[in-house]
Design a protein around this ligand. Structure first.
Ligand SMILES: Nc1ncnc2c1ncn2[C@@H]1O[C@H](COP(=O)(O)OP(=O)(O)OP(=O)(O)O)[C@@H](O)[C@H]1O
Length: 252
């Protein structure tokens, strides 16, 4: 295979997950398969309990599937590493570290020299629109700003894949719209492959090139829908509405 042919491609292969529930086995995923092409923005949408978080955790290497595998560039993902940038709904920032300290955390672990690290953190803060907040602490930031810090931290080691689990679920509607637009700008600027989990159909259609639609019946992928729309997209567009209704119809 040519060098780079598989760059940043994610392959989810027949992934199944069965939990040991207190009342017996709980099937969370059944033979889920799909690919994410390099540089693509893929959203995963489905109703509560359909297995989104389980799928996300398996792709992030935080959880081992009962069967199947997830590969990044052909290699199995066997734990979170610098090739993955992960953003959770609840920010997960270190409260005792400044904004710069949070963003630079992963870079410290790699042993990057201080000067270089400062420069990289500065670039990242600019990218997420937080210049001037390097010395602030998370407690002094709004939800949207905290999520920008979490995004900058995830991007710091220049990961192959950006994984986001309901990242805008905890912010108000106006901030959410703003963050969505900013994320698309960052995605375009960096060319990252993005996998984004949401329960919000509008968000899934607005952001994704392709939408992995989970079934009403837990653990199944209903279909993978190609969204053939130009950005920016809004619900007032007829074509947007068609995709929205289509997905709504499937998962209700
Ligand atoms: N640790 C666990 N032990 C037993 N069952 C679990 C466990 N984690 C999840 N489940 C079950 O697996 C199924 C899928 O859960 P999961 O959290 O992945 O779904 P989800 O789509 O992310 O839902 P939500 O949007 O509500 O978080 C559910 O039936 C859930 O109750």
């Amino acid at each position: 295979m040519a060098v780079g042919a598989d760059a940043n491609r994610v392959t989810v292969e027949d992934v199944s997950m069965v939990y040991d529930g207190s009342n017996g086995p709980v099937e969370a995923l059944r033979k889920v398969s799909f690919d994410v092409e390099p540089g693509e923005f893929v959203t995963i949408v489905g109703p509560s309990g359909c297995g989104k978080t389980t799928l996300f955790r398996i792709i992030a290497g935080l959880q081992t599937p009962t069967e199947g595998a997830v590969r990044l560039d052909g290699d199995p993902i066997d734990g979170p590493g610098p090739e993955l940038g992960i953003v959770f709904q609840e920010y997960h920032l270190f409260p005792w570290r400044t904004v710069a300290g949070n963003v630079g955390f992963g870079l410290e672990q790699t042993g990057m020299p201080t000067d270089q690290r400062r420069e990289r953190v500065g670039e990242l803060l600019e990218l997420v629109g937080l210049e001037g907040f390097a010395d602030s602490y998370p407690k002094d930031l709004s939800g949207g700003m905290k999520q920008r810090v979490a995004l900058a931290r995830a991007l710091a080691p220049d990961p192959d894949l950006l994984l986001m689990d309901e990242p805008f679920g905890a912010v108000d509607a106006q901030t959410r719209t703003m963050l969505q637009a900013e994320l698309l700008d960052i995605w375009e600027a960096t060319g990252k492959t993005v996998l984004f989990v949401t329960h919000d159909i509008e968000e899934a259609v607005k952001l994704g090139d392709r939408v992995v639609v989970m079934d009403r019946e837990p653990g199944r992928v209903q279909e993978v829908l190609d969204i053939d729309l130009e950005r920016p997209r809004s619900r007032s567009d007829r074509a947007f509405g068609r995709y929205y209704e289509e997905i709504l119809d499937r998962i209700g």
